[in-house]
Design a binder for this molecule. Structure first.
Ligand code: MN
Length: 230
């Protein structure tokens, strides 16, 4: 085949056993922890809603390394959101909740980095959030851990520290919509594909991070994800 441009490289996330997970799409769930929904000014259980980041927004952080994220343009309010990321191994449409876990290949720790000022401007105007959510390096992610090794992750601490200070703290058991329910909802709206990543929402405590600061995320069973802002 004769390409007129060099085709973009496949985005891949390392697997904890040395193999690689090819990324198809990056889905994100909004407001999926009660305390975070409250801090964003919402109450009650609303149907899950989704947005996307481009696959090349992924910033790969290898096991044990500290990732480096460039402070993005046009914002003065870059927020951290630590999230459990679900890596899809088998696709499907209209997946029943009871079968959803069979579609999970593994899990990772991710950051849904957000230009909150731009997101809020867009919200106010009723416009799409893309500029607030879907920018380069807006999805730092650590290695994917196979579910075959971790088992199902439906409880366990999820935390984020900035320069050693605890900012976000929650438990996976506090998800408003469970991972299985998210997969069921998502696959009713889109054809879920192998290689899809799902950021499952963030616990309370989101806030701004500055140049020179270090974010350290942890989820029980998945180790740590460290990302410095430059
Ligand atoms: Mn988020």
């Amino acid at each position: 085949m004769s390409f007129v441009l060099t085709p973009p490289a496949q985005v891949v996330v390392p697997v904890s056993d040395g193999r690689s997970f090819p990324v198809h799409r990056v889905y994100c769930v909004g407001r999926n922890y009660v305390e975070h929904a409250k801090e964003m000014g919402h109450t009650g259980r609303e149907p899950p809603f989704f947005f996307l980041k481009p696959a090349d927004a992924v910033l790969v952080v290898p096991e044990g390394a500290t990732g480096e994220m460039a402070y993005p343009s046009q914002t003065a309010n870059l927020h951290h959101e630590v999230e459990l990321v679900v890596a899809i191994g088998r696709g499907g449409r209209d997946i029943p909740v009871a079968e959803a876990s069979q579609h999970v290949w593994g899990y990772a720790i991710g950051l849904d980095m957000t230009r909150r000022d731009l997101q809020n401007d867009m919200k106010k105007q009723g416009r799409p959030w893309c500029i607030g959510k879907a920018f380069e390096q807006s999805a730092p992610i650590g290695p994917v851990h196979p579910i075959a090794r971790t088992g199902r992750l439906d409880k366990g601490a999820i935390t984020l520290h900035v320069d050693g200070q605890l900012r976000q703290k929650g438990d996976l058991s506090e998800l408003i919509w469970s991972v299985d329910e998210i997969i069921a909802h998502l696959s009713s709206a889109w054809l879920l594909q192998p290689g899809d990543l799902i950021f499952s929402g963030t616990p309370a405590g989101v806030g701004a991070v500055q140049r020179g600061e270090l974010m350290e995320c942890a989820i029980d069973g998945l180790g740590k994800l460290r990302v410095a802002v430059r």
